[in-house]
Design a protein around this ligand. Structure first.
Ligand SMILES: [Zn+2]
Length: 412
């Protein structure tokens, strides 16, 4: 059974970052349903959400305290929309075109090769496809990483909110480096590609600019064995690859005990840094990241496809690390649906509670991208970006369980 959310907010939120997004011109309305999932820890039976001037005014259960239009969505659950904290929209054209079973290094080579052969029209079509899929699968806030700069225009006019991370790698710091001014409900920020592809000087410059502006900074960390080997030894296949391309890494301060400790030495890790993957990271890395207030973004479907391995989610949780969810790109997964991602987590980590999984796909992602004042939960003052999920149950503890497993009553 497929999870098929119905967006309650039928139009995109107003493009306004200064004030809360919403529709101030709309008449007040009460949305009600069998359940209202306000956040992972508060679920109302026979709940309602009262929306006025485009903002949630009140949320509760039982008798509706105002005399306004009531929209009854049914016996299922009203939930906040989702947050996909890591994707690459501009790789959408590569969907289904790359082999997953011939090793990560091969996948990367093929990706670079194929990407270079794409026309602008193909790249644009891929971005549009991803944007549509995000919206149709109930995502309201996205963290999009862009190397080519191709997704900015479409994303900032998409009705989605979020962060557009312009990504850099290599040895050199571009001149006149500055983040794009916010457009629509999209903020421009920076991403460093990874510790083994980007020089310390570059990473420090990118982080410094985002830090001054209070923006998030994103970086892939500990995704492959080649990365770990290179950071640990400054030798190996990746060192040869860099040398072969004429990239001098002798000033990178390597070796280091791990990619995480390398980044810590550079002063990159703080509560506005989002580290993506951590597939080969160790417990001591998790402890350090938690201590620095970093948020981890895991993309388990992508990891499983490209590396045949899943991250140590339980280790991350035991360290008290904040964890959110991303899909990665259509070059490594078959869809940008966070429902698929949640289902994989629920199935493969059965001891992780549905509430914790739901938090990863909503609250924590909104926090990591800097949108937690408007998105991620349903509470007074927030944007009414809501979904209706057709779950049929009489047990509050089953609501989120059915939602994260995609056990919906939507065969009609
Ligand atoms: Zn990625």
């Amino acid at each position: 059974v497929k999870a098929r959310p119905t967006p309650i907010l039928s139009r995109p939120p107003l493009s306004n970052l200064a004030a809360p997004c919403g529709f101030p011109q709309d008449p007040p309305v009460v949305h009600r349903a069998g359940w209202v999932v306000a956040d992972p820890w508060h679920i109302y039976k026979e709940g309602y959400v009262y929306v006025e001037k485009g903002v949630i005014k009140r949320i509760g259960t039982g008798r509706i305290p105002v005399d306004v239009t009531v929209i009854d969505h049914g016996p299922g659950a009203i939930t906040p929309s989702l947050v996909n904290a890591h994707t690459h929209l501009e790789l959408g054209a590569l969907c289904g075109k790359l082999p997953f079973d011939s090793g990560f290094q091969n996948w990367v080579s093929e990706l670079l090769h194929l990407r270079a052969s794409l026309t602008n029209e193909e790249i644009t079509a891929g971005i549009l496809r991803g944007k549509t899929e995000l919206r149709e699968t109930g995502c309201a806030v996205v963290g999009d990483v862009s190397t080519l700069g191709a997704s900015w225009e479409i994303l900032s006019n998409s009705g989605l909110c979020g962060v557009w991370f312009q990504e850099f790698l290599g040895n050199f710091v571009p001149e006149a480096l500055s983040c794009r001014e916010p457009h629509g409900a999209i903020r421009g920020a920076f991403a460093g590609h990874a510790p083994h592809t980007s020089s310390p000087i570059l990473l420090i410059a990118l982080k410094e600019i985002t830090r001054e502006k209070g923006l998030p900074f994103s970086i892939h960390v500990s995704e492959s064995e080649a990365e770990i080997e290179f950071i640990n030894t400054a030798k190996g296949t990746w060192a040869d690859f860099l040398s072969g391309r004429g990239i001098d890494f002798s000033e990178w301060g390597l070796p280091a005990t791990s990619p995480v400790s390398h980044l810590d030495r550079l002063g990159i890790l703080d509560d506005k840094t989002l580290v993506v993957h951590l597939l080969y990271a160790q417990r001591k890395d998790f402890d350090l990241l938690a201590k620095r207030g970093v948020t981890a973004c895991i993309c388990p479907r992508s990891n499983e496809n490209l590396h045949g391995k899943l991250p140590d989610l339980l280790g991350m949780m035991a360290a008290g690390l904040r964890i959110c969810l991303g899909t990665d790109s259509l070059a490594s997964v078959s869809s940008l649906s966070l429902w698929e991602e949640m289902k994989l987590v629920a199935t493969r980590y059965p001891t992780v509670s549905p509430a914790e999984i739901w938090a990863m796909a909503t609250v924590t992602g909104a926090h990591a991208l800097g949108f937690s004042e408007s998105f991620g939960t349903l509470e007074p003052g927030r944007v009414p970006a809501m979904l209706y999920m057709p779950v049929i149950t009489s047990s509050p503890s089953a609501v989120l369980e059915m939602i994260v497993l995609g056990e919906m009553d939507n065969d009609e």
